[in-house]
Design a protein around this ligand. Sequence first.
Ligand code: F6R
Length: 594
Amino acid sequence: MGSVIGYIGDKQAQPILLNCLAKLEYRGCDSCGIAVLGGSIELYKDAVRVKELAKVAPQLGGTMGIGHTRLATHGEPSQVNAHPHLDCHGTIAVVHNGIINNFRELKRQLISEGHNFVSETDTEVIPHLIEKYYRGNLEEAVEAAVRDVEGSYAIVVLRAGEPRLVAARKDSPLIIGIGDRENFIASDVPAILDYTDRVIYLEDGDVGVVTPDSIKIRRDGIEVDREEHKILWSVEEAQKAGYEHFMLKEIHEQPKVIRDTLGEYTQVTEPVVDLAVMRDRGLESMLMLACGTSYHAALIGKYIVEELLRTPVRVEIASEFSYYGQPLAGTAAIVITQSGETADALKAIKRLKGVECRVVAITNVVGSTASRIADQTIYTRAGPEISVAATKSFTAQLMVLYWLAMSYSKADARRLASLLMGLRQLPSKVQQVLDSEDIILECAKYLSRYEDVFFIGRGISFPVALEGALKLKETSYIHAEGYAAGELKHGPFALLGGDTPVIAIVARDNTYEAMLTDIKEVKARGSPVMALAEEGDEAIGELADLVITVPRVDAMFSPVVNVVALQLLAYYTAKQRGCPIDSPRNLAKSVTVE
Ligand code: F6R
Protein backbone atom coordinates (compact mmCIF):
# COMPACT_ATOMS: atom_id res chain seq x y z
CA MET A 1 0.00 0.00 0.00
CA GLY A 2 1.24 3.53 -0.64
CA SER A 3 1.27 6.05 -3.46
CA VAL A 4 2.71 6.22 -6.93
CA ILE A 5 3.97 9.11 -9.01
CA GLY A 6 5.29 9.49 -12.53
CA TYR A 7 6.83 12.46 -14.35
CA ILE A 8 7.74 12.91 -17.98
CA GLY A 9 8.66 16.30 -19.47
CA ASP A 10 11.43 18.73 -20.20
CA LYS A 11 12.69 19.25 -16.65
CA GLN A 12 14.88 17.17 -14.39
CA ALA A 13 12.59 14.49 -12.96
CA GLN A 14 14.20 13.89 -9.56
CA PRO A 15 13.24 17.10 -7.70
CA ILE A 16 9.72 16.95 -9.13
CA LEU A 17 9.25 13.32 -8.12
CA LEU A 18 10.48 14.01 -4.59
CA ASN A 19 8.26 17.08 -4.24
CA CYS A 20 5.21 15.13 -5.42
CA LEU A 21 6.03 12.21 -3.13
CA ALA A 22 6.29 14.52 -0.13
CA LYS A 23 2.72 15.66 -0.84
CA LEU A 24 1.58 12.03 -0.87
CA GLU A 25 3.21 10.99 2.41
CA TYR A 26 -0.09 11.62 4.20
CA ARG A 27 -1.35 8.45 2.55
CA GLY A 28 1.11 6.46 4.64
CA CYS A 29 4.87 6.01 4.26
CA ASP A 30 7.44 3.73 5.86
CA SER A 31 9.79 3.67 2.88
CA CYS A 32 10.08 5.35 -0.48
CA GLY A 33 12.07 5.46 -3.67
CA ILE A 34 12.51 6.89 -7.15
CA ALA A 35 13.79 5.68 -10.51
CA VAL A 36 14.91 8.06 -13.26
CA LEU A 37 15.70 7.23 -16.86
CA GLY A 38 18.88 8.82 -18.15
CA GLY A 39 20.97 6.58 -20.37
CA SER A 40 19.73 3.70 -18.27
CA ILE A 41 17.42 3.35 -15.28
CA GLU A 42 18.96 4.73 -12.10
CA LEU A 43 17.21 3.97 -8.87
CA TYR A 44 17.39 5.09 -5.26
CA LYS A 45 15.17 3.80 -2.46
CA ASP A 46 15.26 3.16 1.27
CA ALA A 47 13.19 2.54 4.39
CA VAL A 48 13.01 6.25 5.22
CA ARG A 49 10.51 9.04 4.72
CA VAL A 50 10.69 11.31 1.69
CA LYS A 51 12.51 14.18 3.42
CA GLU A 52 15.36 11.87 4.47
CA LEU A 53 15.53 10.25 1.05
CA ALA A 54 15.75 13.69 -0.58
CA LYS A 55 18.71 14.56 1.68
CA VAL A 56 20.80 11.52 0.83
CA ALA A 57 19.77 10.53 -2.70
CA PRO A 58 22.46 11.01 -5.37
CA GLN A 59 21.65 13.13 -8.43
CA LEU A 60 19.83 10.91 -10.88
CA GLY A 61 19.90 12.74 -14.21
CA GLY A 62 16.92 12.42 -16.56
CA THR A 63 13.62 14.03 -17.49
CA MET A 64 11.36 11.07 -16.88
CA GLY A 65 10.93 8.94 -13.81
CA ILE A 66 8.68 7.25 -11.29
CA GLY A 67 8.41 7.31 -7.52
CA HIS A 68 6.68 5.63 -4.61
CA THR A 69 5.84 5.94 -0.95
CA ARG A 70 5.19 2.57 0.67
CA LEU A 71 3.22 1.42 3.69
CA ALA A 72 4.20 -2.21 4.06
CA THR A 73 1.72 -4.98 3.31
CA HIS A 74 3.99 -7.80 2.06
CA GLY A 75 7.43 -7.83 3.63
CA GLU A 76 8.79 -5.46 6.27
CA PRO A 77 9.74 -1.86 5.48
CA SER A 78 13.28 -2.21 4.09
CA GLN A 79 15.42 -0.98 1.26
CA VAL A 80 14.95 -4.14 -0.76
CA ASN A 81 11.17 -4.16 -0.32
CA ALA A 82 10.83 -0.45 -1.15
CA HIS A 83 9.66 0.45 -4.66
CA PRO A 84 10.51 0.86 -7.54
CA HIS A 85 11.02 -2.81 -8.37
CA LEU A 86 12.95 -4.04 -11.38
CA ASP A 87 12.92 -6.95 -13.82
CA CYS A 88 15.91 -9.30 -14.18
CA HIS A 89 17.92 -6.94 -16.38
CA GLY A 90 17.15 -3.66 -14.64
CA THR A 91 15.48 -2.29 -17.77
CA ILE A 92 11.90 -2.18 -16.47
CA ALA A 93 11.00 -0.32 -13.26
CA VAL A 94 7.57 -0.41 -11.63
CA VAL A 95 5.87 1.37 -8.76
CA HIS A 96 2.63 -0.11 -7.45
CA ASN A 97 -0.13 0.72 -5.00
CA GLY A 98 -2.52 -2.10 -4.11
CA ILE A 99 -2.27 -5.80 -3.38
CA ILE A 100 -1.72 -8.69 -5.75
CA ASN A 101 -3.66 -11.62 -4.31
CA ASN A 102 -2.17 -14.31 -6.59
CA PHE A 103 1.45 -13.15 -6.40
CA ARG A 104 2.67 -16.41 -4.84
CA GLU A 105 1.47 -18.49 -7.80
CA LEU A 106 2.77 -15.90 -10.27
CA LYS A 107 6.14 -15.75 -8.52
CA ARG A 108 6.46 -19.55 -8.47
CA GLN A 109 5.69 -19.69 -12.17
CA LEU A 110 8.09 -16.86 -13.04
CA ILE A 111 10.90 -18.42 -10.99
CA SER A 112 10.37 -21.72 -12.84
CA GLU A 113 10.78 -19.74 -16.06
CA GLY A 114 14.14 -18.37 -14.89
CA HIS A 115 13.23 -15.01 -13.30
CA ASN A 116 15.17 -13.91 -10.20
CA PHE A 117 13.42 -12.19 -7.31
CA VAL A 118 15.08 -10.13 -4.62
CA SER A 119 12.24 -8.80 -2.45
CA GLU A 120 9.38 -10.22 -0.39
CA THR A 121 6.85 -7.97 -2.07
CA ASP A 122 3.88 -8.88 -4.21
CA THR A 123 4.77 -5.98 -6.52
CA GLU A 124 7.97 -7.52 -7.83
CA VAL A 125 6.01 -9.96 -10.00
CA ILE A 126 4.83 -7.04 -12.15
CA PRO A 127 8.17 -5.99 -13.73
CA HIS A 128 8.92 -9.67 -14.32
CA LEU A 129 5.56 -10.24 -15.98
CA ILE A 130 6.11 -7.19 -18.18
CA GLU A 131 9.58 -8.50 -19.07
CA LYS A 132 8.03 -11.85 -19.93
CA TYR A 133 5.43 -10.33 -22.25
CA TYR A 134 7.55 -7.57 -23.79
CA ARG A 135 7.73 -7.91 -27.59
CA GLY A 136 8.78 -4.39 -28.49
CA ASN A 137 5.61 -2.60 -27.29
CA LEU A 138 5.48 -1.53 -23.65
CA GLU A 139 1.74 -0.87 -23.34
CA GLU A 140 0.89 -4.24 -24.83
CA ALA A 141 3.29 -5.90 -22.39
CA VAL A 142 1.67 -4.04 -19.47
CA GLU A 143 -1.80 -5.04 -20.67
CA ALA A 144 -0.72 -8.67 -20.88
CA ALA A 145 0.92 -8.52 -17.45
CA VAL A 146 -2.10 -7.07 -15.65
CA ARG A 147 -4.33 -9.70 -17.26
CA ASP A 148 -2.46 -12.27 -15.13
CA VAL A 149 -2.85 -10.26 -11.96
CA GLU A 150 -5.67 -10.80 -9.44
CA GLY A 151 -6.07 -8.03 -6.91
CA SER A 152 -5.78 -4.28 -6.92
CA TYR A 153 -3.22 -2.07 -8.55
CA ALA A 154 -2.27 1.42 -9.60
CA ILE A 155 1.04 1.07 -11.40
CA VAL A 156 3.45 3.28 -13.30
CA VAL A 157 6.02 1.63 -15.55
CA LEU A 158 9.30 2.97 -16.89
CA ARG A 159 11.39 1.08 -19.46
CA ALA A 160 14.89 1.90 -20.63
CA GLY A 161 14.85 3.10 -24.22
CA GLU A 162 11.13 3.96 -24.22
CA PRO A 163 10.31 7.71 -24.20
CA ARG A 164 6.99 7.21 -22.40
CA LEU A 165 5.43 6.10 -19.11
CA VAL A 166 2.70 3.51 -18.96
CA ALA A 167 0.15 3.48 -16.16
CA ALA A 168 -2.66 1.08 -15.30
CA ARG A 169 -5.28 0.84 -12.58
CA LYS A 170 -7.76 -1.53 -11.00
CA ASP A 171 -9.42 -0.87 -7.63
CA SER A 172 -6.75 1.65 -6.69
CA PRO A 173 -6.90 5.37 -7.50
CA LEU A 174 -4.78 6.85 -10.30
CA ILE A 175 -4.87 10.20 -12.08
CA ILE A 176 -2.97 11.81 -14.92
CA GLY A 177 -2.02 15.48 -14.51
CA ILE A 178 -1.82 17.48 -17.71
CA GLY A 179 0.98 20.00 -17.95
CA ASP A 180 2.66 22.10 -20.61
CA ARG A 181 5.24 19.91 -22.39
CA GLU A 182 5.13 17.70 -19.31
CA ASN A 183 2.67 15.25 -17.80
CA PHE A 184 2.23 13.60 -14.44
CA ILE A 185 0.77 10.40 -13.05
CA ALA A 186 -0.23 10.19 -9.40
CA SER A 187 -2.31 8.36 -6.83
CA ASP A 188 -3.95 11.57 -5.72
CA VAL A 189 -4.45 15.19 -6.76
CA PRO A 190 -2.50 17.06 -4.02
CA ALA A 191 0.70 15.45 -5.35
CA ILE A 192 0.64 17.46 -8.56
CA LEU A 193 -1.13 20.68 -7.60
CA ASP A 194 2.17 22.57 -7.60
CA TYR A 195 2.40 21.90 -11.33
CA THR A 196 -1.09 21.64 -12.79
CA ASP A 197 -4.81 21.77 -11.99
CA ARG A 198 -5.89 19.75 -15.05
CA VAL A 199 -6.45 16.05 -14.45
CA ILE A 200 -7.87 12.92 -15.99
CA TYR A 201 -9.20 10.21 -13.67
CA LEU A 202 -8.28 6.76 -14.93
CA GLU A 203 -10.98 4.11 -14.59
CA ASP A 204 -10.58 0.48 -13.61
CA GLY A 205 -9.11 -1.39 -16.55
CA ASP A 206 -7.58 1.74 -18.14
CA VAL A 207 -4.01 1.78 -19.38
CA GLY A 208 -2.50 5.25 -19.88
CA VAL A 209 0.39 5.90 -22.24
CA VAL A 210 1.99 9.22 -21.41
CA THR A 211 4.69 11.23 -23.19
CA PRO A 212 5.67 14.89 -22.54
CA ASP A 213 3.02 16.09 -25.00
CA SER A 214 0.50 13.29 -25.39
CA ILE A 215 -1.81 11.17 -23.26
CA LYS A 216 -3.51 8.12 -24.68
CA ILE A 217 -5.87 5.94 -22.68
CA ARG A 218 -6.50 2.38 -23.81
CA ARG A 219 -8.96 -0.26 -22.70
CA ASP A 220 -8.54 -3.79 -23.98
CA GLY A 221 -6.08 -2.39 -26.52
CA ILE A 222 -8.56 0.16 -27.93
CA GLU A 223 -8.09 3.89 -27.43
CA VAL A 224 -10.82 5.60 -25.36
CA ASP A 225 -11.64 9.20 -24.39
CA ARG A 226 -11.55 10.33 -20.81
CA GLU A 227 -12.85 13.69 -19.72
CA GLU A 228 -10.44 16.32 -18.43
CA HIS A 229 -11.34 17.86 -15.03
CA LYS A 230 -10.21 21.13 -13.54
CA ILE A 231 -9.27 20.96 -9.89
CA LEU A 232 -10.82 23.82 -7.98
CA TRP A 233 -8.70 23.39 -4.85
CA SER A 234 -5.89 25.89 -4.77
CA VAL A 235 -2.40 24.71 -3.92
CA GLU A 236 -2.75 26.78 -0.78
CA GLU A 237 -5.88 24.86 0.20
CA ALA A 238 -3.91 21.66 0.07
CA GLN A 239 -1.19 23.17 2.23
CA LYS A 240 -1.11 24.04 5.91
CA ALA A 241 -2.02 27.72 5.48
CA GLY A 242 0.11 28.83 8.41
CA TYR A 243 -1.09 26.19 10.88
CA GLU A 244 1.51 23.98 12.51
CA HIS A 245 -0.27 20.83 11.39
CA PHE A 246 -2.86 19.89 8.80
CA MET A 247 -5.01 18.48 11.57
CA LEU A 248 -5.27 21.86 13.31
CA LYS A 249 -5.91 23.62 10.02
CA GLU A 250 -8.61 21.14 9.13
CA ILE A 251 -10.26 21.43 12.56
CA HIS A 252 -10.38 25.20 12.07
CA GLU A 253 -11.89 24.90 8.61
CA GLN A 254 -15.05 23.34 10.01
CA PRO A 255 -17.29 26.44 10.13
CA LYS A 256 -16.57 26.91 6.41
CA VAL A 257 -17.02 23.22 5.66
CA ILE A 258 -20.44 23.28 7.35
CA ARG A 259 -21.44 26.31 5.28
CA ASP A 260 -20.08 24.83 2.05
CA THR A 261 -21.73 21.44 2.50
CA LEU A 262 -25.07 22.83 3.62
CA GLY A 263 -24.89 25.55 0.97
CA GLU A 264 -24.52 22.90 -1.67
CA TYR A 265 -27.65 21.06 -0.62
CA THR A 266 -30.03 23.50 1.02
CA GLN A 267 -30.27 25.26 -2.34
CA VAL A 268 -31.25 22.03 -4.06
CA THR A 269 -35.00 21.89 -4.36
CA GLU A 270 -35.08 18.42 -5.90
CA PRO A 271 -34.82 15.68 -3.28
CA VAL A 272 -32.16 12.98 -3.65
CA VAL A 273 -33.74 10.80 -6.29
CA ASP A 274 -32.93 7.36 -4.98
CA LEU A 275 -34.08 8.07 -1.49
CA ALA A 276 -37.24 9.68 -2.83
CA VAL A 277 -37.99 6.52 -4.77
CA MET A 278 -37.42 4.49 -1.66
CA ARG A 279 -39.59 6.77 0.42
CA ASP A 280 -42.41 6.33 -2.08
CA ARG A 281 -41.97 2.61 -1.63
CA GLY A 282 -42.42 3.07 2.08
CA LEU A 283 -38.73 3.24 3.07
CA GLU A 284 -39.01 0.40 5.52
CA SER A 285 -35.47 0.57 6.77
CA MET A 286 -32.11 2.04 6.04
CA LEU A 287 -28.67 0.47 6.11
CA MET A 288 -25.54 2.52 6.70
CA LEU A 289 -22.06 1.15 6.22
CA ALA A 290 -18.68 2.71 6.91
CA CYS A 291 -15.33 2.33 8.68
CA GLY A 292 -13.57 4.24 11.46
CA THR A 293 -14.61 7.84 11.88
CA SER A 294 -17.09 7.56 9.01
CA TYR A 295 -18.68 4.68 10.93
CA HIS A 296 -19.12 6.98 13.92
CA ALA A 297 -20.81 9.53 11.64
CA ALA A 298 -23.12 6.73 10.50
CA LEU A 299 -23.92 5.82 14.13
CA ILE A 300 -24.90 9.43 14.78
CA GLY A 301 -26.87 9.32 11.52
CA LYS A 302 -28.89 6.47 13.00
CA TYR A 303 -30.11 8.68 15.86
CA ILE A 304 -30.90 11.54 13.48
CA VAL A 305 -32.75 9.45 10.90
CA GLU A 306 -34.63 7.37 13.42
CA GLU A 307 -35.88 10.49 15.17
CA LEU A 308 -36.76 12.49 12.06
CA LEU A 309 -37.89 9.76 9.65
CA ARG A 310 -39.10 7.24 12.22
CA THR A 311 -37.41 4.64 10.08
CA PRO A 312 -35.23 1.95 11.65
CA VAL A 313 -31.59 2.29 10.69
CA ARG A 314 -29.06 -0.52 10.80
CA VAL A 315 -25.43 0.60 10.98
CA GLU A 316 -22.72 -1.90 10.14
CA ILE A 317 -18.94 -1.83 10.08
CA ALA A 318 -18.20 -2.25 6.37
CA SER A 319 -15.46 -4.84 6.88
CA GLU A 320 -17.88 -7.04 8.83
CA PHE A 321 -20.78 -6.52 6.46
CA SER A 322 -18.66 -7.54 3.46
CA TYR A 323 -18.54 -11.06 4.88
CA TYR A 324 -21.71 -11.55 6.89
CA GLY A 325 -24.17 -8.78 6.05
CA GLN A 326 -27.54 -9.70 4.64
CA PRO A 327 -29.13 -6.71 2.93
CA LEU A 328 -32.90 -6.78 3.29
CA ALA A 329 -35.31 -6.05 0.48
CA GLY A 330 -36.67 -2.51 0.67
CA THR A 331 -33.53 -1.26 2.37
CA ALA A 332 -31.90 1.97 1.26
CA ALA A 333 -28.15 1.58 1.59
CA ILE A 334 -25.86 4.49 2.37
CA VAL A 335 -22.11 3.96 2.36
CA ILE A 336 -20.07 6.72 3.99
CA THR A 337 -16.41 7.06 3.05
CA GLN A 338 -14.34 10.23 3.10
CA SER A 339 -11.75 8.98 0.63
CA GLY A 340 -14.10 6.89 -1.47
CA GLU A 341 -11.20 4.45 -1.75
CA THR A 342 -11.43 2.45 1.49
CA ALA A 343 -11.21 -1.17 0.39
CA ASP A 344 -13.63 -2.39 3.07
CA ALA A 345 -16.27 0.16 2.08
CA LEU A 346 -15.85 -0.65 -1.63
CA LYS A 347 -16.19 -4.35 -0.94
CA ALA A 348 -19.41 -3.67 0.97
CA ILE A 349 -20.76 -1.64 -1.96
CA LYS A 350 -19.96 -4.51 -4.31
CA ARG A 351 -21.79 -6.95 -2.03
CA LEU A 352 -24.84 -4.67 -1.98
CA LYS A 353 -24.76 -4.28 -5.75
CA GLY A 354 -24.50 -8.05 -6.02
CA VAL A 355 -27.98 -8.35 -4.52
CA GLU A 356 -29.27 -5.41 -6.54
CA CYS A 357 -29.51 -2.97 -3.65
CA ARG A 358 -29.31 0.61 -4.76
CA VAL A 359 -26.42 2.33 -3.04
CA VAL A 360 -25.92 5.99 -2.21
CA ALA A 361 -22.32 6.90 -1.43
CA ILE A 362 -21.45 9.87 0.74
CA THR A 363 -17.87 10.77 -0.09
CA ASN A 364 -15.52 13.72 -0.12
CA VAL A 365 -13.51 12.82 -3.18
CA VAL A 366 -14.86 13.59 -6.59
CA GLY A 367 -14.07 10.85 -9.05
CA SER A 368 -13.25 8.37 -6.27
CA THR A 369 -14.00 4.70 -6.81
CA ALA A 370 -16.99 4.77 -4.42
CA SER A 371 -18.52 7.61 -6.42
CA ARG A 372 -18.18 5.58 -9.58
CA ILE A 373 -19.55 2.26 -8.40
CA ALA A 374 -22.43 3.59 -6.27
CA ASP A 375 -25.76 4.32 -7.95
CA GLN A 376 -25.66 7.82 -6.63
CA THR A 377 -23.13 10.00 -4.87
CA ILE A 378 -23.63 12.82 -2.43
CA TYR A 379 -20.43 14.80 -2.05
CA THR A 380 -19.34 16.34 1.20
CA ARG A 381 -17.60 19.63 0.54
CA ALA A 382 -14.80 19.36 3.07
CA GLY A 383 -11.98 19.96 0.55
CA PRO A 384 -8.81 17.90 0.69
CA GLU A 385 -8.23 16.29 4.07
CA ILE A 386 -4.53 15.68 4.47
CA SER A 387 -4.13 14.81 8.14
CA VAL A 388 -4.56 11.08 8.67
CA ALA A 389 -7.03 11.73 11.49
CA ALA A 390 -10.39 12.59 9.98
CA THR A 391 -11.89 15.81 11.34
CA LYS A 392 -13.62 18.13 8.90
CA SER A 393 -14.78 15.26 6.70
CA PHE A 394 -16.67 13.84 9.70
CA THR A 395 -18.48 17.14 10.29
CA ALA A 396 -19.30 17.38 6.59
CA GLN A 397 -20.70 13.84 6.66
CA LEU A 398 -22.94 14.82 9.57
CA MET A 399 -24.18 17.83 7.59
CA VAL A 400 -25.23 15.59 4.72
CA LEU A 401 -26.99 13.25 7.16
CA TYR A 402 -28.82 16.16 8.85
CA TRP A 403 -29.85 17.51 5.48
CA LEU A 404 -31.03 14.11 4.24
CA ALA A 405 -33.01 13.39 7.39
CA MET A 406 -34.56 16.85 7.41
CA SER A 407 -35.49 16.59 3.72
CA TYR A 408 -37.55 13.48 4.38
CA SER A 409 -38.52 14.25 7.95
CA LYS A 410 -41.85 13.31 9.43
CA ALA A 411 -41.36 15.83 12.23
CA ASP A 412 -43.90 18.63 12.50
CA ALA A 413 -43.28 21.98 10.82
CA ARG A 414 -42.36 23.77 14.04
CA ARG A 415 -39.74 21.24 15.01
CA LEU A 416 -38.32 21.35 11.49
CA ALA A 417 -38.19 25.13 11.43
CA SER A 418 -36.37 25.12 14.75
CA LEU A 419 -33.91 22.49 13.49
CA LEU A 420 -33.29 24.44 10.31
CA MET A 421 -32.48 27.51 12.34
CA GLY A 422 -30.17 25.43 14.56
CA LEU A 423 -28.41 24.08 11.49
CA ARG A 424 -27.84 27.59 10.14
CA GLN A 425 -26.33 28.64 13.45
CA LEU A 426 -23.91 25.72 13.59
CA PRO A 427 -20.93 27.47 11.91
CA SER A 428 -20.96 30.17 14.58
CA LYS A 429 -21.45 27.60 17.36
CA VAL A 430 -18.46 25.64 16.09
CA GLN A 431 -16.49 28.88 15.90
CA GLN A 432 -17.29 29.40 19.60
CA VAL A 433 -15.74 26.00 20.36
CA LEU A 434 -12.66 26.90 18.33
CA ASP A 435 -12.39 30.15 20.25
CA SER A 436 -12.21 28.22 23.52
CA GLU A 437 -8.96 26.54 22.49
CA ASP A 438 -7.11 27.90 25.55
CA ILE A 439 -9.26 25.96 28.01
CA ILE A 440 -9.01 22.83 25.88
CA LEU A 441 -5.23 23.22 25.78
CA GLU A 442 -5.17 23.26 29.60
CA CYS A 443 -7.30 20.10 29.68
CA ALA A 444 -4.93 18.50 27.14
CA LYS A 445 -1.91 19.26 29.34
CA TYR A 446 -3.70 17.48 32.18
CA LEU A 447 -4.73 14.51 30.02
CA SER A 448 -1.31 14.04 28.43
CA ARG A 449 0.08 12.59 31.71
CA TYR A 450 -2.20 9.54 31.57
CA GLU A 451 -1.94 6.31 29.59
CA ASP A 452 -5.54 5.03 29.82
CA VAL A 453 -8.73 7.00 29.34
CA PHE A 454 -12.44 6.20 29.03
CA PHE A 455 -14.86 8.33 27.05
CA ILE A 456 -18.49 7.86 28.01
CA GLY A 457 -21.79 9.08 26.61
CA ARG A 458 -25.40 8.00 26.29
CA GLY A 459 -27.76 8.15 23.33
CA ILE A 460 -26.49 10.37 20.54
CA SER A 461 -23.39 11.11 22.67
CA PHE A 462 -22.34 7.45 22.71
CA PRO A 463 -20.89 7.56 19.15
CA VAL A 464 -19.35 10.91 20.15
CA ALA A 465 -17.53 9.04 22.93
CA LEU A 466 -16.35 6.45 20.39
CA GLU A 467 -15.06 9.19 18.09
CA GLY A 468 -13.38 11.07 20.96
CA ALA A 469 -11.56 7.89 21.96
CA LEU A 470 -10.51 7.11 18.38
CA LYS A 471 -9.15 10.63 17.84
CA LEU A 472 -7.21 10.55 21.10
CA LYS A 473 -5.69 7.10 20.63
CA GLU A 474 -4.61 7.60 17.01
CA THR A 475 -3.01 11.00 17.54
CA SER A 476 -1.60 10.84 21.10
CA TYR A 477 -1.09 7.06 21.43
CA ILE A 478 -2.96 7.11 24.74
CA HIS A 479 -5.05 3.99 25.19
CA ALA A 480 -8.61 5.27 24.99
CA GLU A 481 -11.94 3.47 24.95
CA GLY A 482 -15.34 4.81 24.10
CA TYR A 483 -18.17 3.31 26.12
CA ALA A 484 -21.91 3.64 26.43
CA ALA A 485 -22.00 5.22 29.88
CA GLY A 486 -24.45 2.64 31.20
CA GLU A 487 -22.08 -0.19 30.24
CA LEU A 488 -19.17 0.88 32.46
CA LYS A 489 -20.62 -0.91 35.46
CA HIS A 490 -20.82 -4.14 33.49
CA GLY A 491 -17.07 -4.72 33.55
CA PRO A 492 -14.89 -1.65 32.92
CA PHE A 493 -15.47 -0.39 36.49
CA ALA A 494 -12.70 -2.83 37.38
CA LEU A 495 -10.25 -0.51 35.58
CA LEU A 496 -11.30 2.75 37.19
CA GLY A 497 -9.08 4.55 39.67
CA GLY A 498 -6.80 7.54 40.03
CA ASP A 499 -4.73 6.61 36.96
CA THR A 500 -7.70 6.35 34.61
CA PRO A 501 -9.55 9.56 33.84
CA VAL A 502 -13.04 9.42 32.41
CA ILE A 503 -14.26 11.97 29.89
CA ALA A 504 -18.04 12.34 30.06
CA ILE A 505 -19.97 13.80 27.14
CA VAL A 506 -23.14 15.28 28.57
CA ALA A 507 -25.92 16.36 26.23
CA ARG A 508 -29.03 18.19 27.45
CA ASP A 509 -31.45 15.49 26.38
CA ASN A 510 -33.34 12.69 28.10
CA THR A 511 -30.03 11.05 29.07
CA TYR A 512 -28.93 14.01 31.20
CA GLU A 513 -29.96 12.78 34.66
CA ALA A 514 -28.55 9.32 33.99
CA MET A 515 -25.24 10.88 32.97
CA LEU A 516 -25.08 12.79 36.26
CA THR A 517 -25.47 9.48 38.08
CA ASP A 518 -22.81 7.88 35.85
CA ILE A 519 -20.36 10.65 36.72
CA LYS A 520 -21.03 10.24 40.45
CA GLU A 521 -20.41 6.49 40.16
CA VAL A 522 -17.15 7.05 38.30
CA LYS A 523 -15.95 9.58 40.87
CA ALA A 524 -16.84 7.20 43.69
CA ARG A 525 -14.36 4.74 42.14
CA GLY A 526 -11.56 7.30 42.20
CA SER A 527 -11.31 8.26 38.52
CA PRO A 528 -10.83 11.93 37.72
CA VAL A 529 -13.68 13.20 35.52
CA MET A 530 -13.43 15.67 32.68
CA ALA A 531 -16.84 16.65 31.32
CA LEU A 532 -18.02 18.21 28.10
CA ALA A 533 -21.11 20.16 29.04
CA GLU A 534 -23.31 22.95 27.79
CA GLU A 535 -22.61 26.49 28.90
CA GLY A 536 -24.45 27.32 32.10
CA ASP A 537 -24.58 23.73 33.34
CA GLU A 538 -23.78 24.29 37.00
CA ALA A 539 -24.53 20.75 38.15
CA ILE A 540 -21.73 19.38 35.98
CA GLY A 541 -19.42 22.18 37.11
CA GLU A 542 -19.84 20.95 40.68
CA LEU A 543 -19.36 17.27 39.89
CA ALA A 544 -16.51 17.16 37.37
CA ASP A 545 -12.85 17.92 38.04
CA LEU A 546 -12.46 19.69 34.71
CA VAL A 547 -15.12 21.02 32.36
CA ILE A 548 -14.95 21.90 28.68
CA THR A 549 -17.91 24.13 27.99
CA VAL A 550 -19.61 23.94 24.61
CA PRO A 551 -22.29 26.31 23.30
CA ARG A 552 -25.97 25.46 23.71
CA VAL A 553 -27.44 23.74 20.66
CA ASP A 554 -30.36 21.41 20.02
CA ALA A 555 -29.31 18.00 21.41
CA MET A 556 -29.48 16.63 17.87
CA PHE A 557 -26.59 18.93 16.90
CA SER A 558 -24.61 18.33 20.08
CA PRO A 559 -22.32 15.77 18.33
CA VAL A 560 -20.99 18.56 16.11
CA VAL A 561 -19.87 20.92 18.87
CA ASN A 562 -18.75 18.08 21.14
CA VAL A 563 -16.69 16.31 18.50
CA VAL A 564 -14.95 19.54 17.48
CA ALA A 565 -13.98 20.03 21.14
CA LEU A 566 -12.73 16.43 21.32
CA GLN A 567 -10.73 16.86 18.11
CA LEU A 568 -8.95 19.85 19.69
CA LEU A 569 -8.43 17.88 22.90
CA ALA A 570 -6.82 15.04 20.94
CA TYR A 571 -4.72 17.45 18.89
CA TYR A 572 -3.30 19.35 21.86
CA THR A 573 -2.75 16.17 23.88
CA ALA A 574 -0.80 14.67 20.99
CA LYS A 575 1.18 17.88 20.62
CA GLN A 576 1.95 17.88 24.33
CA ARG A 577 3.29 14.33 23.98
CA GLY A 578 5.38 15.21 20.91
CA CYS A 579 3.56 12.84 18.55
CA PRO A 580 3.75 13.09 14.75
CA ILE A 581 0.22 14.42 14.56
CA ASP A 582 -0.51 14.44 10.84
CA SER A 583 0.85 10.97 10.16
CA PRO A 584 0.60 8.72 13.19
CA ARG A 585 2.62 5.52 13.18
CA ASN A 586 1.23 2.51 11.30
CA LEU A 587 -1.68 4.45 9.81
CA ALA A 588 -2.57 5.50 6.28
CA LYS A 589 -5.02 8.17 5.17
CA SER A 590 -6.59 5.96 2.59
CA VAL A 591 -6.87 2.33 3.61
CA THR A 592 -6.95 0.87 0.11
CA VAL A 593 -6.37 -2.75 1.18
CA GLU A 594 -8.57 -5.07 3.18
C1 F6R B 1 -9.76 8.11 11.82
C2 F6R B 1 -9.81 7.88 10.39
C3 F6R B 1 -10.19 6.54 9.91
C4 F6R B 1 -11.12 6.66 8.69
C5 F6R B 1 -11.40 5.26 8.11
C6 F6R B 1 -12.40 5.31 6.97
O1 F6R B 1 -9.43 9.43 12.11
O2 F6R B 1 -9.53 8.75 9.61
O3 F6R B 1 -10.79 5.79 10.92
O4 F6R B 1 -12.30 7.28 9.09
O5 F6R B 1 -10.20 4.69 7.67
O6 F6R B 1 -11.93 6.10 5.92
P1 F6R B 1 -12.90 6.61 4.80
O7 F6R B 1 -13.89 7.52 5.41
O8 F6R B 1 -12.01 7.30 3.80
O9 F6R B 1 -13.58 5.40 4.21
